[in-house]
Design a protein around this ligand. Structure first.
Ligand SMILES: [Zn+2]
Length: 157
């Protein structure tokens, strides 16, 4: 398995559940433990925080404060239900996100190599990670066809 190096960004989405903060704590602590992640950012209010670059950096937070999030009710980073438009309608926004400190997108892809190639051509981003388990369905950011899950796009350097 290829080890991803760089920064990490975590965001919360949808309705807060009793485990939503524990999930963030798990992501942050494992990112620090990996030794491969330089900075761990949290997006405030989900994807809206990513779009507006409204981020906090967990590197600046004391470990005890991060651990306290595990038992804190509600969504510590805040949530939203904003849906990003497809890449066709929103190419400049996708490029801006990929250029930002987060440098990656968690987006739907239909599975076709042709779509991945077009996305690479337009944004220089390639697919870096495909989850083992299928997530919630959606529409491919390139062609709008059905997608069974989101994948991680990041720019190649
Ligand atoms: Zn597609």
């Amino acid at each position: 398995m290829t080890v991803l190096k760089g920064n990490c960004l975590v965001a919360q989405s949808g309705g807060p559940t009793s485990v939503i903060n524990a999930s963030v704590v798990g992501v942050v602590q494992e990112a620090f433990r990996s030794g491969e992640i330089d900075r761990v950012y949290g997006a405030l209010n989900g994807v809206a925080g990513i779009l507006n670059e409204n981020l906090i950096c967990f590197n600046d937070e004391p470990a005890e404060e991060i651990e306290l999030m595990r038992v804190t009710p509600a969504a510590a980073l805040g949530s939203c239900r904003f849906k990003l438009k497809g890449i066709e309608e929103n190419e400049s926004e996708f490029k801006r996100i990929l250029e930002g400190p987060e440098g990656f997108l968690w987006a739907h892809w239909c599975g076709l190599a042709e779509c991945e190639a077009k996305i690479k051509e337009e944004t220089k981003a390639t697919i870096r990670a495909i989850p083992f388990q299928e997530g919630e369905g959606g529409k491919c950011i390139r062609c709008g066809e059905a997608s069974v899950q989101r994948v991680v796009f990041a720019k190649a350097y």
